[in-house]
Structures are given as structure tokens and as C-alpha cells.
Design a protein around this ligand. Structure first.
Ligand SMILES: *Cc1c(COP(=O)(O)O)cnc(C)c1O
Length: 433
């Protein structure tokens, strides 16, 4: 396969000759092949150029098939999304009614506000940005009261004390690690008077504390004299899931809804767009119009604003929720609600077509810190042996899971249209192609 040769005098090939030779097998731009060739020759190992080029091609950003059973997989971009840009200009900041300069937030903000039952809403780059902006705009130079049990780290480097510090506010610890009551918050407010600008409530997204624990629900916090802002994390719009035919799935029962949190008296909610909302990476701030206006006017708002693809995607998802077509049109809800029976019959077809593996029942998990500890019954294919790397190196990579030297393909997170890819990948493991 590798035709790199040393000439008759034993000299290594020139960088250019080696790059041109790589071009026989790689479609990468010439400049990249030259770089691979140069590095291989510098290592006195021209043969290595082939592997460098292959590794580079594999490292490129691309679509993969998520067969892990983790619905919102952080390494796989969380919620799967579809975005169609037309290659045309857009009315991103053109007010279509007046022909003047408008705001990219107006339409999408209106739709999101309607969805959550809020006065107003805006979209920023992610939920970390949403929390940062809210605290910077509403509590700069003042205090933010947070329960000791909620002063947490969520995911890579999102740490509540550090976010508050970065926003120019001071963190006031309230209560204890396992129990924080309304009177603890009241005491902090009485002691510090006007210094406390906000109470920040943080949903324990990726962990669960059990035993002698107590926190204060938003309903009670709402009786305090300062606004309560809630980082609910996962972005479940409405805990009654009106866009689903049945009732709220059991695995979502403990997940706070944006609508319910605002109803309970939160002044603002902040959440991720790419978790249970099923959208692109972004953060949403929804709630009181005066507080949202303060966020919009803060200089950080400009640095944290989303681009047109994000606005477009959030707008179509919000329309799908409002039109009650979310369960068919939003890829995340599609995979979250497909029946185990459907998954089993797909698994059966895959096993027959690939002539390998067995159908197996398994559990999927929501992932990305949503509904920690929850499991969703699922089905898929199991093969003995560890084939993670082979599946990952398939022409359309299939990302599976390995346990006890068995490879598991969970079909809940695989789009039905990708079953053919799974069959193909399994056949190639099996040496059938
Ligand atoms: C996921 C999460 C975040 C971080 O959100 P990003 O959109 O990844 O920035 C912050 N807070 C909570 C409670 C979360 O669950």
C-alpha cells in the first residue's frame, strides 16, 4: 500500500515527491500533505508520512453514529441537530417591519418567552455564559447568595464560585453542605442588608446527594426580598412535556421545567440549549423583562451573543415545541421516546443482515448531567470482543461502548436511517467486506 521508496543512492525522497505520492491516497489539501511529509522526513522516517496523513484525516470534525446509548453525549456534541443554511444573507439584525437596524434576539426571544411562560428571553453562547451574564449584569460589585450544597462544579470547569468571581460579584455561602433552609437565606439577607443582589439556585445536574439532605424549593425562596435566579441546567422547557403524546417519561419526573420554575417565582431561569431542549450549543435566559433588559445592555452581552446558525436552529426548534411537533421533528425527543419494541426489531434486522452479534436489552442514559441516575430501557446488539477502535475507524464512524470484553451498540441513540451504516460496520468487523 505504501509506495514510499528510497532512491538508488539511499537518499530519502524529497518533501515534495513524498507529498505528491501521498496525494494518490489522500484528498487532503496539498499544504497538509507537505506538512506530513516534512515531519516524517525530519524524523528520518518517510514511511511515517502515510500514518500522519491518515491520523490527520481521522481527526477532522465530522458526523459520527452515536451508538453509546448516552443520549446527550458531551464528546459527541450533546443533542444531535440539523441546520440548513441557504448560502444567502439573512435578516439577522434587520427589523423587517421598519427596515431599520433590529435585534437578532427579538423573534427567537419572543418564541422562547412564550414557550417558558416568561416576559422575555435571550439566547447566549452557552449556559455558562448565561449564568456569567446574569450575575455580571445584576450583581456586579454586590453579593450573590448560594446554598453551600449548590456551590458546585458541573462538567469541565464550570464552577459556581469561579463564575461568580469572574462576574465581579461576591459569593455569600448560605446554610450547610447537606441542608439549607429558607431561614438560612433570610439570615444572610438580614445580616448583609442591601448588599445581596440575588439568590442563585443551581440544579445539581450531574450528581445526587442522598440521606440527610434538604434544600429550599424556589416556591419558598420566592418569598425573599431579593430576586431568585435559577440555573436549571438541562433546559427541560415544561415538566409536563405537552409535546409528547403520553405523559412525562418516568426518567424525567425529577427534572425541573423552565415553565414551572418561573411559575414558582424565579425571576429568571438559565439553561443550556443543547441538553434536553435538543438544540445547538447555546444558553437561554428567560424571565422578568426588566432583568433581561439589564442583561442585554451589559457589555458582556455582545461578547456572548450567538451567531446566525444558532438563532436559526433555536427558532425552528421553538416553533416545533409551540406547534407540538417536537416529538417527531426534534431528533432528541425522537430518540428519547422511541419504543423498546421498535429498537428490538431494528436490532433483529441488523443482526440478520450483518450475520453477527445478538439482540440484547440494555439501558440508555440521558447524559450531559441531565436527570442524573436515570435510566431509559433500550435494546441493541452485543458482540463478544472489543471492537471500539474498528467501529470508530469505519468510513462513517460508529461510536459504541465496551464492557467486560463485549461491544455494545445501543440503538436508541442511532437514527433509524443509520442502521445501514451499523450493518456495514459490523460486516466489516466480521470480514464480510
Ligand atoms: C450543563 C450545565 C451548565 C453548563 O452549561 P453549558 O451550556 O455547557 O455551558 C451549567 N449549569 C448546570 C446546572 C448545568 O447542568
Amino acid at each position: 500500500m505504501n509506495a514510499v521508496s528510497v532512491d538508488t543512492a539511499g537518499r530519502p525522497p524529497s518533501v515534495d515527491a513524498l507529498a505528491r505520492e501521498l496525494a494518490n491516497r489522500h484528498t487532503l489539501p496539498h499544504a497538509i500533505l507537505v506538512d506530513c511529509a516534512r515531519r516524517a522526513i525530519a524524523n528520518s522516517n518517510p514511511q511515517e508520512a502515510e500514518r500522519l496523513a491518515t491520523d490527520f484525516a481521522r481527526s477532522l470534525f465530522r458526523d459520527v453514529v452515536n451508538a453509546t446509548g448516552v443520549l446527550l453525549h458531551t464528546n459527541l456534541g450533546r443533542a444531535p441537530i440539523e441546520v440548513h443554511a441557504q448560502g444567502r444573507a439573512s435578516n439577522l439584525e434587520l427589523n423587517m417591519l421598519t427596515g431599520e437596524r433590529g435585534s437578532r434576539q427579538d423573534a427567537v426571544g419572543k418564541l422562547l418567552a412564550l414557550l417558558c411562560g416568561a416576559e422575555s428571553a435571550i439566547v447566549v453562547n452557552n449556559n455558562a455564559a448565561a449564568v456569567l451574564l446574569v450575575v455580571a449584569a445584576l450583581a456586579n460589585g454586590r453579593d450573590v447568595a448560594v446554598s453551600r450544597g449548590e456551590s458546585v462544579e458541573i462538567g469541565g470547569n464550570f464552577r459556581i464560585p469561579e463564575v461568580i468571581e469572574q462576574s465581579g460579584a461576591r459569593l455569600i455561602d448560605v446554610g450547610t453542605t447537606n441542608r439549607t433552609r429558607l431561614r438560612d437565606y433570610q439570615k444572610a439577607i438580614d445580616k448583609r442588608g442591601n448588599d445581596i443582589a440575588l439568590v442563585l439556585k443551581v440544579h445539581p445536574s450531574n450528581y445526587r446527594v442522598e440521606g440527610f439532605v434538604e434544600d429550599t424549593p424556589i416556591r419558598e425562596l420566592a418569598s425573599l426580598s431579593v430576586p431568585v435566579v435559577a440555573d436549571i441546567g438541562s433546559g427541560l422547557i415544561d415538566n409536563t412535556c405537552p409535546w409528547l403524546e403520553g405523559r412525562t417519561p418516568a426518567w424525567l419526573t425529577n427534572e425541573p421545567g423552565a415553565r414551572q420554575t418561573l411559575n414558582d417565582g424565579a425571576a429568571l431561569v438559565m439553561f443550556s440549549g443543547d441538553k434536553l431542549f435538543g438544540g445547538p450549543q447555546c444558553g437561554v435566559i428567560a424571565g422578568r423583562a426588566d432583568l433581561i433588559a439589564s442583561c442585554t445592555q451589559h457589555p458582556l452581552a455582545r461578547a456572548l451573543r450567538p451567531g446566525s446558525l444558532t438563532i436559526l436552529s433555536m427558532q425552528s426548534l421553538a416553533l416545533a415545541y409551540l406547534g407540538r411537533t417536537a416529538s417527531s421533528e426534534i431528533a432528541f425527543w425522537n430518540m428519547a421516546t422511541i419504543s423498546v419494541n421498535d429498537l428490538q426489531s431494528r436490532a433483529q434486522k441488523i443482526v440478520s443482515a450483518a450475520s453477527t452479534g445478538e439482540v440484547i436489552e440494555m439501558d440508555s442514559i440521558p447524559g450531559a448531567g441531565s436527570a442524573p441516575g436515570a435510566r431509559i430501557a433500550s435494546a441493541g446488539v452485543v458482540i463478544s470482543g472489543d471492537y471500539l477502535a474498528q467501529l470508530r475507524n469505519h468510513s462513517t464512524p460508529v461510536i459504541a461502548r465496551v464492557k467486560d470484553s463485549k461491544t455494545f451498540i445501543d440503538l436508541r441513540t442511532v437514527r433509524p436511517a443509520d442502521d445501514a451504516v451499523v450493518i456495514d460496520a459490523l460486516r466489516s468487523i466480521n470480514g464480510l467486506r
